[in-house]
Design a protein around this ligand. Sequence first.
Ligand SMILES: [Zn+2]
Ligand SMILES: [Zn+2]
Length: 285
Amino acid sequence: MPLLYFWRGDNYHRDLDEGVAFHLNQSSQRLHEIERGDSVWAFTRNAGGRYVLAAELVVRAKTRNPAGYPYGPYRVWGDRERSRYFATDEGPDAELLIRGFDLSVGRGVLGHSFQGPGAVRKLSLADHRSLAAFARGLPLEARAHRVDEERLELVVARASPEVITETLYDLGSGMGDDRRRWIVREAVARSRAHVEALRRMYRGRCQLCAWESRTAHAVDVCEGHHLQWLSRGGGDALENMALLCPNHHRLVHALDAPLDFADLAFDLGDRRETLRINEHLRRAA
Ligand SMILES: [Zn+2]
Ligand SMILES: [Zn+2]
């Protein structure tokens, strides 16, 4: 069943500034009632005060967030290929359309009907189809492009400051300028320190398969992976990182696989793989 989600303007802008996340968080469990392949439609109020469509996420995975996560325990992930973000400044007014839906929205300010647990509503198939027709041909948000996260992580892990800066500008329009500056100034140093800490903690082993290069070959080749990607608003904290062997790291990127904090398993689409060793990541409450 498709859903309609009211995205507060400040949260929407934070998401775009920090790197379009292709996921949504919520405190209400209703967000997880959606099936894979169904759409979450997000709308917001733009700078001109109009209610406009902000995104359609075609859901690919549902995960729980770690205990204490500030934006709620429930998360859905949009398929990168099929999801889209709309340019909200130019978007047409969607208020009349939304008021016409079968949602028992009051007569007052539209956003007020979508506060707290009311922020996520189930949509009928007919209302979903109306939104799809309304969204056809809408201008898209320029910042919502895919970033080559694998390349980004590689330079963050190893490259010199000059190469990092160069690469960040090379990566195109998928990130805001503040995000790029933050990565150069802060994320690089901290991420490298965290990888060293993880290698000490796990004696260089992959958290998924426990493969160890250190005892067999006397080198550390397991890599730090940012669970929420740096280009998509992820932080440089230890709690956002896992130590993975190069094979598992490639796999997780190729499948865009999120870690579900409910059971500390990577969601690989048709199957799940649980971390075999973990000391530093906290499960969902
Ligand atoms: Zn592995
Ligand atoms: Zn990674």
